[in-house]
Design a protein around this ligand. Structure first.
Ligand code: SF4
Length: 181
């Protein structure tokens, strides 16, 4: 029977009757990329766009990310959607610190990416002032398609990430630049 369901593509492997051999990091990458649990940190209007991304029309479940986590300890992907006041910056950082590795961050919209139109004393001019960001989504507000595109970019990162990356000197230096141990 014909089906519209598209299965995730398997990793390159050596196949034979009754066996399939591939490398461990490719299997882990495949699993991680297709089960990224988001933690939406929504403070203003961009959060509404994320709600639309979750709902039936755009249906983030198609990407294995319908399991929203409001606990940082069970989340893989921090989505910051909205204006972040400087008073809120330590909270964003604390949530990030409570997430287990590997973790990814998406800055949704102009406010989270750069402060947007709020070039004022009280607004953080981009969340990358306090935590590292993997993908930036431009726009005020961005459309749900753009948010899905960002999720797909994180999927690509997760899919291809080496199991040793989080222990690398380069990554440790990146965290150290944010005073994260
Ligand atoms: S980028 Fe625009 S839509 Fe998004 S939170 Fe800022 S003002 Fe609102």
């Amino acid at each position: 029977m014909a089906s519209d369901i598209k299965l995730a593509e398997g990793p390159p492997s050596y196949d034979g009757p009754g066996f399939q051999a591939t490398s461990f990091d490719k299997i882990i990458g495949l699993a991680r990329a297709n089960s990224l649990w988001p933690l939406p940190f929504a403070t203003s209007c961009c959060g509404i766009e994320f709600m639309a991304t979750m709902a039936a029309r755009y249906d983030i479940a198609r990407f294995g990310s319908e399991r929203i986590s409001f606990s940082p300890r069970q989340a893989d992907m921090l989505l910051v959607a909205g204006t972040i006041a400087k008073k809120m910056a330590p909270v964003v950082k604390q949530v990030y610190l409570q997430m287990a590795e590997p973790r990814w961050v998406i800055a949704i919209g102009a406010c989270a990416s750069s402060g947007g139109i709020f070039d004022t004393y009280s607004v953080l001019q981009g969340i990358d002032r306090v935590i590292p960001v993997d993908v930036y989504v431009p726009g005020c507000p961005p459309r749900p398609e753009q948010i899905l595109e960002a999720v797909m970019q994180v999927q690509e990162l997760a899919h291809n990430e080496s199991l040793r990356r989080r222990n690398s000197d380069e990554y440790q230096k990146l965290l150290a630049s944010y005073s994260i141990q």
